[in-house]
Design a protein around this ligand. Structure first.
Ligand SMILES: NC(=O)C1=CN([C@@H]2O[C@H](COP(=O)(O)OP(=O)(O)OC[C@H]3O[C@@H](n4cnc5c(N)ncnc54)[C@H](O)[C@@H]3O)[C@@H](O)[C@H]2O)C=CC1
Ligand SMILES: O=C(O)/C=C/C=C(\O)C(=O)O
Length: 503
């Protein structure tokens, strides 16, 4: 993506204080399908971010700061209804930015955006509060209860892989809890967030509660948000090293952060498994969204007696994937997000070869004809023959790739899967229920699936251990992050001394 000063064709603007505003600079968003220009995007400068922060503060100090949970839940439902009404606009926006297949964006990204608002509306409307009847040793009694208050202004910074899904996963609970937000989508995916800003206005979200600023990370909108003195908390999804940078920005102000970062997720395939089911699940877990989901599998450990068969079946599945234009219903797999990201993925494929991998399918740039030659296409790729400690088996690639490694015993497989600095997700494939529970429970990760992948319950904790993040979101975990409790302790009865006098 290139920065430019051409302003005449700006199509996507920043949304501050309830209206779209002008900017002095703009950048191009190009399609990863064929390199065509998708939009000129207004880049927010420091003043625009300042103004977003002021609008957010004004909203918090106004009627928004006094809304009840029921009122906010009703607002979230109106937003969800508007997402349904603008479904096709969101779909078009998401697909033109990412190049992902229409059916994927329809079934996953846009559907989840509405579901995120409805789920947190339900949770907020029905959530109780912490309360304790306290009995002191001397006989005094009190009622403790914790009021849930908004954190304040929350900076929401999200990546390009599941743009609307991840944005709404954070905005929905933040608004449910009464916060105001300043959000920055990735520079690669500005479109669906802009439609969401329109939806916020249509649904009646008060001015200043939802602010959208476009731009990059360092020395741009991302940095201006995370270093802003008036910010109260940061929620971020993206690369682990960006998480470190944002943590440093948060440190001087001791701001709460919630991070969902990278992964190097393992799948463990035992020889008692139903191979059809495992191959189907692994194919999805390696290649969905062209491998650009933080939960995707990049390491597959397969028990030795079925290793050759599973490898052959996975190769067949990878070769059956159809790369092509998103609007073609037969397309299973889109491009990577950009040619810059493809360069990174290709450098890992080169590294795999240098480290001694045997590439069993894929490994390069496909020839999809001259129409698509300007896109960020890459072949679904699998390799074998690498030791578990090879660099490419330890670092996140974030593409449609995986390394396949045999193992002998359950203990060995658990050790291999857990031998990583990441700790986001794992999947276990077995027909032995006891083993499924045992192995899934011993994974050092935030989410561990047995015989499935990416089946989500929005009430469950979501996040990662180690380099994969800090904290959890989802259900009550989101309500905990997006609120600041004030515990109130009220005396119910004073102590009664043993001789009967009042204390
Ligand atoms: N969920 C995940 O695990 C993801 C991992 N990645 C990996 O990260 C690599 C880089 O992709 P990026 O989109 O550049 O990820 P990133 O982590 O740099 O960007 C994510 C978001 O953070 C913003 N950002 C970047 N630097 C920032 C800073 N210093 N302060 C505040 N905001 C900042 C970006 O503008 C974007 O909105 C990819 O090649 C991929 O391997 C990318 C996206 C998601
Ligand atoms: O289901 C979710 O809430 C999130 C899924 C994926 C990511 O967080 C990611 O790919 O970054």
């Amino acid at each position: 993506m290139t920065a430019t000063t051409t302003l005449s064709a700006i199509t996507l603007r920043n949304f501050v204080g309830g209206r779209f505003v002008e900017a002095d600079r703009a950048f191009e968003k190009r399609s990863p399908v064929d390199g065509a220009l998708v939009a000129m995007v207004a880049e927010a400068d420091r003043n625009t971010v300042d103004s977003a922060m002021r609008s957010a503060r004004t909203a918090l100090e106004g009627p928004w700061g006094r809304t009840g949970a029921g009122e906010r839940a009703a607002l979230l439902r109106r937003i969800a209804d508007r997402i349904d009404a603008r479904f096709d606009d969101l779909l078009a926006a998401e697909v033109s930015d990412t190049g992902k297949p229409l059916h994927l964006a329809r079934g996953l990204d846009i559907a989840r955006a509405a579901a995120n608002f409805r789920a947190f509306a339900d949770m907020m409307a029905s959530a109780g509060i912490d309360s304790y009847l306290t009995e002191m040793p001397d006989g005094r009694r009190a009622l403790n209860y914790a009021l849930r208050k908004p954190v304040g202004i929350v900076g929401v910074i999200v990546p390009w892989n599941l743009p609307l899904l991840l944005l709404t996963w954070k905005v929905a609970p933040a608004l449910a809890c009464g916060n105001a937000v300043v959000v920055k989508p990735s520079e690669e995916t500005p479109s669906s967030a802009t439609v969401l800003a329109e939806i916020m206005a249509e649904a009646g979200v008060p001015e200043g509660v939802f602010n959208l600023v476009h731009g990059f990370g360092p020395d741009s909108a991302g940095e201006f948000i995370t270093t802003h003195p008036d910010l109260d908390g940061i929620t971020f999804t993206g690369e682990s090293s960006t998480g470190s940078t944002i943590m440093r920005a948060a440190a001087p102000y001791v701001r709460p952060v919630s991070f969902e970062l990278g992964g190097k997720n393992a799948a463990l395939v035992f020889d008692d498994v139903d191979i059809d089911r495992a191959v189907d699940g692994l194919t999805r877990s390696i290649f969905t969204n062209t491998g650009q989901v933080c939960l995707c599998t990049e390491r597959v450990y397969i028990q030795r007696p079925i290793f050759d068969e599973v490898v052959a079946r996975l190769v067949d599945s990878a070769e059956a994937l159809r790369l092509g234009r998103p609007e073609d219903e037969a397309t299973t797999t889109g491009p990577l997000i950009s040619t810059a990201h493809r360069q990174k993925v290709l450098s890992y494929l080169e590294l795999a070869r240098d480290e001694g991998a045997r590439v069993v399918t894929g490994g390069g740039i496909p020839d999809l004809g001259s129409d698509l030659s300007g896109g960020a296409w890459i072949e679904p790729t699998l390799w074998t023959g690498l030791a578990h400690n090879a660099r490419v088996m330890r670092e996140e690639v974030f593409g449609p790739v995986a390394g396949l490694i045999p193992f002998d015993t359950e203990e060995e497989a658990i050790g291999l899967a857990n031998d990583t600095k990441y700790g986001l997700a794992a999947s276990v494939w077995t027909n032995d229920l006891e083993r499924g529970h045992r192995v899934a429970g011993s994974m050092r990760v935030g989410i561990s699936w047995v015989n499935n992948w990416f089946m989500r319950d929005l009430r469950s904790p979501f996040g990662g251990a180690g380099l994969s993040g800090i904290g959890r979101e989802g259900g009550m975990h989101s309500l905990a992050f997006y609120t600041e409790p004030t515990n109130v302790c009220v005396t119910l009865s004073d102590a009664t001394p043993s001789d009967g006098r009042q204390a």
